[in-house]
Design a protein around this ligand. Structure first.
Ligand SMILES: [Fe+2]
Length: 304
């Protein structure tokens, strides 16, 4: 089983915007290459401002995968947690209607997965013996903490219950948008310490998040096998878009790779250098030796 981790697409209302073009490139790649035992997990900021036109474009861009799910009943499951930009103009000016727009789009994206229980703030889905627990850290009840993210005591209580219920699953994956520890000024989830305490206490296998648009990985952090922060997957690094694929074996996390695919380039850029672009598609290894184990250290894997 594999997990594809996408984050911070920032789909806009302008269909020709590079974010939308690159989302189309990612979806096409996944549609052509992803196998049936893959789960796509998106950690927020699917849209740039939470506008209806942006959600319409998001669903249009994902239509290949949505139709694939409808016709094949399981290929490939998509899961998503909201980010601050999904509920707010520029990620900061909260719009209560955007919450409804996200949920409606979510219900169209996430098909054929039955949550074991789903009060909105914490949602758990079981896929092939793995628990995927999504948390809404852009909790609309706590909009004063909006851009930094917030996990409420109610969510923490429920998360504790869900983690206990999932203790026998072969792998527990927890995903959300904001940072569970300090990553720069103003970039730590409110109540991050309480969230980390729970994740460590239950020794979850994999933690996925986004928000800072900077890709990093931390291994064996107080018993958590791996914590992965995605960059903005629609932002090209040179000529390539990058995202991670995580491999799950019968005993949980096995390893992960960074996948590169050609980014969208305006027609005038596509010249004689197409040969170099064709070489993209390589998988870059990420090994234990590449990374530190302490999020506070600067010794981490970066793919920026
Ligand atoms: Fe973002």
């Amino acid at each position: 089983m594999r997990i594809v981790h996408l984050s911070d697409l920032h789909v806009t209302a302008d269909p020709s915007h590079p974010n939308n073009r690159n989302t189309a490139a990612l979806v096409k790649h996944l549609w052509l290459n992803v196998s049936k035992d893959t789960v796509i997990v998106m950690t927020g900021d699917l849209t740039d401002n939470g506008f209806q036109e942006e959600y319409d474009n998001l669903l249009w861009l994902f239509r290949l995968l949505i139709v694939e799910q409808q016709q094949n009943h399981m290929i490939p499951p998509i899961l998503a947690a909201p980010g601050n930009h999904d509920y707010a103009l520029f990620g900061n000016f909260f719009d209560v209607d955007a919450v409804g727009r996200f949920r409606k789009a979510y219900n169209e994206l996430v098909l054929n997965i039955t949550p074991i229980e789903n009060p909105w703030g914490v949602r758990c889905s079981i896929v092939s013996g793995c628990a995927f627990i999504g948390i809404d850290t852009a909790d609309p009840e706590d909009e004063e903490w909006f851009a930094d993210g917030y996990i409420s005591p109610k969510q923490l209580d429920y998360l504790n219950t869900v983690l206990k219920a999932c203790s026998e699953q072969r792998c527990v994956v927890v995903y959300f948008h904001h940072h569970p520890f300090f990553r720069g000024l103003g970039q730590e989830l409110i109540n991050a310490d309480k969230l980390m305490q729970l994740l460590i206490e239950h020794q979850v296998d994999i933690v996925l998040f986004g928000h800072k648009h900077r890709s990093e990985a931390w291994f064996n952090y107080e018993g958590i096998k791996v914590m992965l922060a995605s960059g903005r997957v629609t932002e090209p690094k040179g000529d390539a878009l990058q995202f991670r694929e995580i491999e799950i074996g019968k005993n949980g996390y096995v390893g992960h790779t960074v996948v590169e695919i050609p980014a969208y380039r305006p027609l005038e850029w596509r010249k004689a250098d197409d040969g170099a672009v064709a070489q993209l598609g390589a998988r870059l290894p990420c090994t234990q030796e590449d990374a530190g184990s302490n999020p506070a250290s600067s010794n981490f894997v970066t793919i920026d």
